[in-house]
Design a protein around this ligand. Structure first.
Ligand SMILES: [Zn+2]
Length: 286
């Protein structure tokens, strides 16, 4: 608890420092600009200060949007993986879209292929403390000392789906390794061997054995490269697909098979299940 508090006040200090630096830089440049004609121009000083402040504010707002934050997080993970590849060989692929079930697609954040295996990496940008284990369907995110709680779909389960899809396109008898990276959340309360903090990625290959020969690595890389060059769907189409899926779920249509989601009573309370059960096991919360 103490450690958390200190960490938070440090990030607050860093934020204050950044804001003060932005103000100082703005005033400094404004001073230089306003002396450009040889004499001091008050109008130029005010105009430059205001426009620089606006630029800094807009940049800060853009950088704090979830999409941009997500992209920054993914770029950081990609850099770490590429460092590993530089040292240990192999290749890193970012944002790979492959076929999923029923004409849907699966989007994999990163795949690292090397002699040590095929690492399927899912990046998560959540903040706060995360609670969960391999078996739970949903994990919990706790923010602001417990004042705010959210649920997220268990990323270990999410990545299992990615691995199944990837195996289908690789068509080799291999067992891809699941890696979930939390870029900034506190992962101390997660019970899973698949979860890494970004700073621990450098230990990813520790105690690992080489299981793939160069030929296998090359074949797998060729297959993934083909999907990168001729994507089954573009990023935009994949995002549209996810939106459609959410809409279907809201309208009680099963996103997996198109069946109807019907209210059922279970031992742990009511829930919506697919009308095609037991063939389809999709459920949503009541
Ligand atoms: Zn269904």
């Amino acid at each position: 608890m103490r450690r958390r508090k200190r960490r938070q006040s440090r990030s607050k200090r860093i934020a204050t420092l950044i804001v003060l630096s932005a103000i100082a830089i703005s005033l400094g440049i404004a001073t230089i600009v306003s002396y450009a004609g040889g004499t001091f121009s008050g109008t130029a000083f005010v105009a430059t200060t205001l426009s620089l402040m606006a630029v800094f504010t807009i940049t800060a707002i853009v950088l704090s949007t979830p999409t941009v934050k997500g992209k920054i997080g993914e770029a950081r993970v990609s850099r770490r993986l590429k460092k590993l590849a530089k040292k240990n060989g192999g290749q890193v692929f970012d944002n790979v879209i492959i076929p999923g079930e029923n004409d849907k697609t699966s989007q994999i954040d990163h795949i690292y292929v090397c002699n040590y295996g095929v690492f399927v990496v899912e990046t998560k940008n959540y903040a706060g403390r995360i609670y969960g284990n391999d078996n739970q369907k949903y994990w919990k995110q706790v923010l602001a000392y417990g004042h705010s709680k959210n649920e997220l779909y268990n990323p270990v389960k999410q990545n299992i789906t990615h691995i199944i899809r990837l195996k289908e396109i690789i068509k080799m008898d291999i067992s891809p390794i699941s890696v979930i990276v939390f870029v900034k959340a506190n992962t101390d309360f997660i019970e899973s061997d698949y979860v890494y903090r970004i700073s621990d990625l450098k230990y990813l290959l520790n105690d690992m054995e080489k299981t793939l020969d160069d030929n296998a690595v090359e074949n797998i890389c060729t297959t993934i490269t083909e999907y990168k060059l001729n994507p089954v769907k573009t990023d935009k189409e994949h995002i549209q697909e996810i939106k459609q899926m959410k809409q279907d779920i809201d309208n009680n249509i099963c996103p997996r098979c198109g069946g109807e989601l019907v209210l059922r009573k279970g031992t742990n309370g009511s829930f919506y299940g697919c009308s095609n059960y037991p063939k389809c096991k999709f459920t949503k919360k009541a």
